[in-house]
Design a protein around this ligand. Structure first.
Ligand code: MG
Length: 203
């Protein structure tokens, strides 16, 4: 399986990191070794001094497909959860300045925390999904998919031009504003449509 991540898919988040609003989706990948599931803790990596959280809606593919048309994309996924796109922001900043790839800042072991999946109702409006991240019980990010620059179905159509999407692949659909730094002992809890689906402790 693979983990496809979308960058800068919410205008307010692009602005908070001083990035331009993209005209096409920004894509990067995380390997399977990045997965952090079942509420496991993340050990603060030694190579960074600025580990940050990005809470994102995660979509799980239920069918294989290539060149999926936007109008049919909805048939290719059937479950959703929340994920944390853990980012070594100091390293990412250096890579961006040099025009180098982001993987060492974003695709390290444990960098893709994923919570429990909820089935998606066939009638659900995917552009009206809300989610929230609390850290140490304080709200840090509030997201609503209506604020996405590219809808989930547009993201699937776009990414499947380049990558065959397989059953079980995950798509991190981008983070809303409010990202920030983490410290050891921080407890992250993610709520999807009001239900807690994700929990992760920084050790
Ligand atoms: Mg992200």
């Amino acid at each position: 399986m693979k983990i496809i991540c979308i960058g800068r898919n919410y205008a307010e988040h692009a602005k908070e990191l001083n990035n331009n609003i993209p005209t096409e989706p920004v894509i990067f990948l995380k390997p399977k070794t990045a997965l952090l599931v079942d509420g496991k803790s993340l050990y603060y990596p030694e190579f960074t001094n600025d580990l940050q959280y990005e809470c994102e809606l995660v979509i799980r593919m239920s069918k294989n497909g290539k060149y999926i048309q936007e109008k049919f994309a909805r048939k290719y996924y059937n479950a959703m959860s929340l994920g944390i796109d853990f980012t070594a922001r100091d390293i990412q900043q250096k890579q961006k300045e040099k025009g180098l790839p982001w993987e060492i800042a974003k695709s390290f072991d444990g960098s893709a925390a994923v919570g429990a999946f909820m089935p998606i109702d066939e009638e659900a409006d995917m552009q009206k999904i809300n989610f929230e991240l609390k850290i140490n019980n304080e709200t840090k990010q509030i997201g609503d998919t209506s604020d996405m620059l590219f809808s989930i179905d547009q993201l699937i159509a776009y990414t499947s031009q380049f990558f065959t999407l397989n059953i079980g692949d995950l798509i991190f659909t981008g983070t809303p504003s409010g990202v920030g730094s983490l410290s050891v002992t921080d407890q992250l809890d993610g709520y999807l449509e009001g239900k807690r689906v994700l929990s992760c402790l920084i050790k």
